[in-house]
Design a binder for this molecule. Structure first.
Ligand code: ADP
Ligand code: MG
Length: 247
């Protein structure tokens, strides 16, 4: 495996005229190509801030982030970001939502259009493309949001609590769905969540953060059978004890 992303002693302090908030402190970690990494920590500890840093949306106060060995200056389309809420545009059809990254990049080449079309076919969205977001289920919206993120063909996917708005049963199914699509597309993924069991059911590696300012408390590596779906992993006899450890 090779290294795709590296954080070296990254810190971030939000500044305003009247106050300073340190959100991230001395964060160092490495992510390998194809890895599925979960970052867990309590609400408000700095998880979304970390994803914003990795997306190049904000710059570290100190420290360095390397993408493929080069300093991350601008995310440069190599990074796709999927938000907490699906953020589909309600006035656009599913199709027009999915093609949005190409519109933004002004990339209407035959190759890109065909690539997006192939994703729509492969992940069974063909029947929905003329529908509007309010006409499809919550789980289906998340699938559309994921396919839209993949449409820009990013190397790394950042997922910020993407299942937190779903009810429990839907969440389990959507986790499975999202996981299998990401693995099929061989993407590197970084999932941020406060849900330990969600992290445990999906990740190859879990980074545990402290309360704010986010610092790394622990990194757990899992060498389980990656062909197992998140639902199957939840059935594993060690699941409960691993949960306790992380808790
Ligand atoms: P999490 O995603 O883990 O809930 P966040 O990264 O959103 O945490 O926030 C971490 C801390 O930084 C919180 O105390 C939050 O209030 C603060 N914060 C987040 N964004 C900003 C901002 N743009 N300006 C100032 N403070 C911020
Ligand atoms: Mg957050």
């Amino acid at each position: 495996m090779n290294e795709i992303l590296k954080c070296i002693k990254v810190s971030l302090t939000y500044q305003s005229e009247i106050s300073e908030t340190q959100a991230v402190k001395d964060l160092s970690f490495t992510i390998q190509k194809g890895e599925f990494v979960a970052i867990i920590g309590p609400s408000g500890c700095g998880k979304t801030t970390i994803l914003s840093l990795l997306a190049g949306l904000i710059t570290p106060t100190t420290g360095t982030i390397l993408l493929n060995g080069e300093k991350l200056i601008n995310s440069d389309n190599k990074i796709g970001y999927m938000f907490q809420k699906d953020e589909l545009f309600p006035w656009r059809t599913i199709e027009k939502n999915i093609y949005l990254p190409l519109e933004i990049k002004k990339d209407k080449t035959k190759k890109s259009l065909e690539f997006v079309k192939s994703l729509i076919d492969k992940y069974q969205l063909t029947d929905f493309i003329k529908s509007y977001p309010n006409e499809i289920s919550g789980g289906m919206k998340q699938r559309v949001a994921l396919i839209r993120t993949l449409a820009g063909n990013p190397e790394i996917l950042l997922l910020d609590e993407p299942f937190s708005a779903l009810d429990y049963q839907t969440k389990l199914l959507v986790c499975n769905d999202v996981y299998s699509i990401i693995k099929q597309e061989h993407k590197t993924a970084i999932l941020v969540t406060h849900d330990i069991s969600e992290a445990l059911s999906m990740a190859d590696k879990i980074i545990v953060l402290s309360k704010r300012p986010a610092q790394i408390l622990n990194v757990h590596n899992y060498t389980q059978d990656m062909s197992l779906t998140p639902l199957k992993r939840r059935e594993n006899k060690n699941f409960g004890s691993e949960f306790e450890k992380l808790w």
